[in-house]
Design a protein around this ligand. Structure first.
Ligand code: AHM
Ligand code: MG
Length: 346
């Protein structure tokens, strides 16, 4: 007979991670890396929540390597993430959307894991207190990463080794997740055995398990694209989009939902079904989203939930990055919806 669960019984993220370790799904080093990521997310959640009060809205005045204005909170969140990971002592290389190149964690603290992250995605929403998020992925070091480069390598050699270490296909991801800063703070994670959702309990200050083995509906009539770019799209894509708005025999067109924050738009898509897309267009052939920090981790998560992530032609997780800030078109969500757009684009 199954033991009745007490209504006071909760499962925290820390407990869940330890259970994964006990079951041999992750090792103790990865447990520490993931736990330090969750600490960074808690810290960013509180910074985001108080941004207007502590004067952390607005731009920093700097432009990142990708030519984008950095917000004050982009810069601070990057520091929070980096320092949590460095002090975990289990990370060897970290690569961030906000840094020019991946960095090797100093010898004295370093471990082996390679962590890629976008510390504050969708930060254009911050000043209006609309949802944002952090996205992360964790890889094992590849052979190139561990290659001997002598006792006194130059900074260039170290950087080069980091770049090669980070440029792995999403297929190699050991863990990926995101944290959404919204009406509640939601931490979503996969270690390759399904998708688990935790909610930050403001009373306990802990992430508490709220859904396990989440699955995305096979289809869903919600689309999430920035249609402002429509005129710059390829004709095939325009045709697909026009079709979604055609009520057809069912009498109901698809609904449009677009926050402009990948984490929020993705989270809704995973729960309700449908499709999120950021296509390439006449101006930006590969769209906007980054393979390493955004597309690959999200594709790992969606596949773990039974969905699909594609660049329109191939599976995102099969793409080998050739440069760290590489962008790709992204179509992600319910299997049938992603299949449908692929058919149009073929
Ligand atoms: P960011 O990493 O600079 O914040 O940009 C990524 C964001 C995504 O969260 C979102 O899906 C997309 O950019 C929105 O772009 P657009 O404003 O072009 O629709
Ligand atoms: Mg981003």
């Amino acid at each position: 007979k199954a033991k009745k669960k007490s209504s006071y019984e909760i499962e925290t993220l820390t407990h869940w991670l330890l259970k994964q370790e006990q079951n041999g799904v992750i090792d103790s080093e990865l447990t520490i890396v993931l736990s330090s990521i969750s600490t960074a997310c808690k810290q960013i959640a509180s910074l985001v929540q108080r941004a207007n009060i502590s004067n952390l809205t607005g731009v920093q005045g700097a432009v990142n390597i990708q030519g984008e204005d950095q917000k004050k909170l982009d810069v601070i969140s990057n520091e929070v993430f980096s320092s949590c990971l460095k002090s975990s002592g289990r990370t060897g290389i970290i690569a961030s959307e906000e840094e020019d190149v991946p960095v090797a964690v100093e010898e004295s603290f370093s471990g082996n894991y390679v962590v890629v992250f976008d510390p504050l995605d969708g930060s254009s929403n911050i000043d209006a207190a609309v949802s944002t998020g952090s996205i992360f992925g964790v890889y094992s070091p590849n052979d190139e990463c561990l290659a001997d480069i002598g006792d006194n390598p130059t900074l260039d050699q170290v950087t080069q080794r980091c770049v090669v270490g980070v440029c792995q296909p999403g297929n190699n991801l050991l863990a990926a997740g995101y944290c959404m800063y919204s009406s509640s703070v939601i931490f979503v994670i996969t270690v390759g055995e399904g998708v688990y959702v935790f909610t930050l309990d403001p009373m306990y200050g802990e992430f508490v398990l709220t859904s396990e083995k989440v699955t995305i509906p096979r289809s869903g009539k919600i689309y999430s694209f920035n249609e402002g770019n429509y005129q710059m799209w390829d004709d095939k894509l325009k045709k697909y989009m026009d079709g979604l708005k055609d009520p057809g025999t069912s009498g109901k067109p698809y609904s449009a939902r677009y926050i402009g924050s990948l984490v929020g738009d993705f989270h809704r898509t995973m729960l309700y079904g449908g499709i999120y897309g950021y296509p390439g267009d006449a101006k930006n052939k590969n769209g906007k989203l980054r393979l390493l920090y955004e597309c690959a981790p999200m594709s790992f998560i969606v596949e773990q939930a039974g969905g699909k992530g594609s660049d329109g032609r191939q599976r995102v997780l099969d793409i080998l990055p050739t440069e760290i800030h590489q962008r790709i078109p992204l179509y992600i969500g319910s299997v049938e919806e992603v299949d449908k757009v692929e058919k149009f684009l073929a």
